[in-house]
Design a binder for this molecule. Structure first.
Ligand code: SF4
Ligand code: SF4
Length: 401
């Protein structure tokens, strides 16, 4: 056990160790804590349907059952750590820890195969790496290190999924990103942030954009990023010159395969394999039910809870020259249904105080105007079948929020 971990433990009542969080990440954390010789008493989870059940052999309770003597380990890899800390603070709990040291101290990944995870070893390692990156970057302020940037190349898509979480189903006349605006936005972003772990090229379908090569060349001019991931629905085989650029080892092609509609998914996966392109080909059968823009009539405090529990509340999204805290906020604004949302977006074409403005939407928000139109994205949200198509765009049923 490292001194760091020993200090955490010796200052705390180790009879009351609670792991806050379940899911795949929770399973890894529980095992890592046990691996470090710490005895767990119970699991805490916000999801009411888990209360009274057992997780990894430990009883699951709700946050109301936490007591001030508890020692809480936050087993969450999503962006709700701040919110879980607030719950613990409200219960007067002093001993609340992230699990970065625990993960480093444990013998991960030796026990991956024993855990019954839905995640492959690669996927689990990717999640853990991003988690460790995020924890480290919090302690490195004023450096601005961000986990990811979603770059919307186009609103156009070769599919029209009725439950698209990026709201493509609402676009009557989708357009591509104006390339000069996109390039300038990216340049301003890269000269402003200190580091970005993952840049995700998305749409719509990014491979229907004419600007994939120009965007890649723009990003390749910088070195303060780790990798570029292009998300595709497996309907388009890119031309040779694009495939050549994908051979850069920093680029990954992620194919979301929705079954028969993703008609070229296997072909694309095979092409990537033969050209030595990093590629992940995933069968996707269900999504969270987050594809509707509806007025939810929540109070501000209720919306703060929805935001706090949301797994994408710090997913920076670049759309038409503006940066948003999440894709739902970006597209509801672009679709014209937000008002008074100026404070929820950053104009990337303006360099003045850009670092501070990005910081403010990345770290300092506790709610967005868009949250009142959104179903929220947490572990509790219902599931829908992925890739179901609609012939006609959906009608917007709200005027503004
Ligand atoms: S493939 Fe479906 S989910 Fe993906 S961007 Fe297009 S409409 Fe949305
Ligand atoms: S609008 Fe709010 S709840 Fe919905 S995805 Fe964005 S941050 Fe999450």
């Amino acid at each position: 056990m490292t001194n760091n971990l020993k200090n955490n433990i010796s200052n705390s009542n180790m009879e009351n160790v609670v792991v806050f969080g379940t899911g795949n990440f929770g399973k890894i954390v529980v095992r890592a804590i046990v691996d470090c010789g710490i005895k767990i008493t119970k699991i805490c989870d916000s999801n009411t349907s888990n209360w009274g059940t057992f997780f990894c052999g430990y009883p699951v309770v709700g946050p109301d059952e936490l007591t001030e003597n508890d020692v809480v380990y936050l087993a969450t890899n999503i962006s709700n750590r701040k919110f879980l800390r607030k719950i613990c603070r409200d219960k007067n709990i002093q001993s609340v820890f992230d699990v970065d040291n625990i993960l480093r101290e444990s013998s991960w990944p030796s026990y991956h195969g024993e855990l019954d995870l839905e995640w492959s070893l690669d996927r689990a390692q990717e999640v853990i790496d991003l988690y460790l990156f995020d924890i480290a970057s919090e302690t490195e302020l004023p450096l601005l290190k961000v986990k990811s940037l979603d770059v919307v190349l186009t609103e156009r898509c070769s599919l029209k999924c009725v439950d698209c979480s990026n709201l493509m189903q609402y676009y009557q006349k989708p357009i591509g990103a104006e390339v000069e605006v996109l390039v300038e936005s990216l340049e301003h972003f890269f000269v402003t942030v200190d580091y970005v772990s993952e840049i995700r090229l998305i749409g719509g379908e990014p491979l229907v954009s004419k600007n994939v090569e120009r965007v890649l060349d723009t990003i390749f001019a910088y070195s303060n990023f780790d990798k570029i991931v292009l998300y595709t629905n497996g309907t388009v085989i890119p031309k040779e010159s694009i495939l050549k650029k994908f051979q850069d080892p920093r680029v990954w092609v992620k194919i979301s395969d929705y079954g028969p509609v993703s008609r070229k998914a296997q072909l694309l996966a095979d092409a990537c394999k033969s050209l030595n392109i990093n590629c992940i080909h995933e069968q996707v059968t269900e999504w969270e039910d987050v594809g509707r823009i509806l007025n939810r009539d929540r109070t501000l405090d209720q919306n703060k809870v929805v935001f706090g529990n949301c797994c994408v509340n710090d997913t920076l999204t670049l759309l038409h020259g503006h940066l948003y805290a999440c894709p739902f906020s970006a597209h509801t604004d672009n679709l014209g249904v937000l008002k008074n949302a100026e404070a929820d977006k950053v104009n990337l074409l303006d360099l003045e105080s850009l670092k501070e403005r990005i910081q403010s939407i990345y770290r300092d928000k506790d709610v967005l105007v868009a949250c009142n139109l959104c179903n929220g994205r947490d572990h509790i949200v219902a599931k829908v079948i992925a890739g179901v198509q609609t012939k006609l765009p959906l009608r917007l049923e709200v005027s503004s929020a």
